[in-house]
Design a protein around this ligand. Structure first.
Ligand code: SF4
Length: 314
């Protein structure tokens, strides 16, 4: 099967930093227990492998980071690359926890933008997923921050402050941000717009948007919880006009559908381990619809320690 490997793809610098920080922890000498507040990155395979390091991931989608902290009374807490609000820092500090912060520099930068404008008495519109930790951290900075997901949310806001700024979650679609920004300028003509989509997200989306037209299907390898992976699917469908599927591993590929394609492309989200994407690419490259022996898409990395890179006992 003709398989186009879209570049860049895979781990971004923020994810590399978070994983390296955690992989290099000297857990034997640290205050125990060691908790991670939320999923360190939005990838279940990586999170599962953390259990092998005696790290406890606290992940309950119905709870905020601030609420999850109630479950920790002692030891060490690790903040994820998505960042946390000032209230989370204060609460962890007041509990006497050792704090390890893996917040991505690009997230810090977007938080600094919000802090700067709210201190100048601006209302700040934040484009982000309402349930995403970056949005939780943004709201936690000030009650002048308003999270919106789309143009409908924007129209309902009806802000009266003459000083309005707008920024966004780092992993949103560059194309959605453009359309929402254009609408915001009509509603609030003096609005200040600060685009905080991180460079890793931007260049991955731009690469997907510029795919060759004759590709039959684009596979995005990524976790269903990964916002930047889901946005790559949207960009492929809506901008490149190439149908696209989010797959977590090679096992999610539908063989019957694959038989009707002549060419496919592959990219992956910023939190997808390289070996998972490589396995998908290898399978697609050797696939021949007329040769049954090439149709076995069973993964060989279902139980693999993605942090230490050592195989785990099955
Ligand atoms: S996707 Fe962007 S903001 Fe998020 S961790 Fe990666 S580089 Fe940082």
């Amino acid at each position: 099967m003709k398989t186009i490997k879209i570049t860049p793809r895979g781990y971004c610098h923020g994810v590399v930093n978070a994983i390296n920080t955690i992989s290099n922890l000297d857990t034997l000498s640290m205050k125990k227990p060691i908790y991670i507040l939320g999923m360190v990155i939005h990838n279940k395979q990586v999170v599962d492998s953390l259990g092998e390091m005696d790290l406890i991931t606290l992940n309950d989608k119905s709870k905020t980071r601030l609420e999850l902290l109630d479950e920790i009374d002692s030891g060490t807490v690790i903040f994820t690359a998505h960042g946390v609000s000032p209230a989370v820092y204060a609460k962890a500090f007041s509990k006497g926890l050792r704090i390890i912060d893996t917040t991505c520099n690009d997230v810090f930068k977007s938080q600094d933008t919000i802090i700067s404008y709210t201190l100048q008495n601006y209302d700040v519109i934040f484009i982000g997923k309402k349930s995403h930790p970056e949005s939780e951290a943004a709201i936690g900075i000030s009650d002048k921050v308003h999270v919106i997901e789309n143009i409908d949310d924007l129209r309902k806001l009806n802000l009266k402050n003459p000083n309005i700024a707008m920024t966004n979650q780092t992993t949103m679609s560059i194309f959605d941000i453009f359309y929402i920004s254009e609408e915001a300028k009509k509603i609030y003509p003096s609005i200040i717009i600060v685009d905080e989509i991180c460079n890793s997200t931007r260049i991955r989306q731009e690469a997907v948007s510029k795919q060759e037209e004759n590709i039959d299907h684009c596979f995005v390898v990524g976790d269903k919880l990964s916002n930047n992976s889901k946005k790559l699917v949207e960009v492929s469908k809506e901008v490149a006009k190439i149908n696209s599927t989010l797959i977590e591993s090679v096992e999610d590929i539908n063989i019957e559908q694959l038989k009707v394609y002549n060419s496919v492309s592959v990219t992956s989200g910023a939190s997808t381990p390289t070996k998972v994407t490589r396995e998908v690419i290898s399978f697609l490259e050797q696939f021949d619809k007329d040769n049954l022996s090439t149709h076995n898409n069973k993964s060989n990395i279902t139980k693999y320690n993605l942090l230490s890179k050592k195989p785990l006992p099955i």
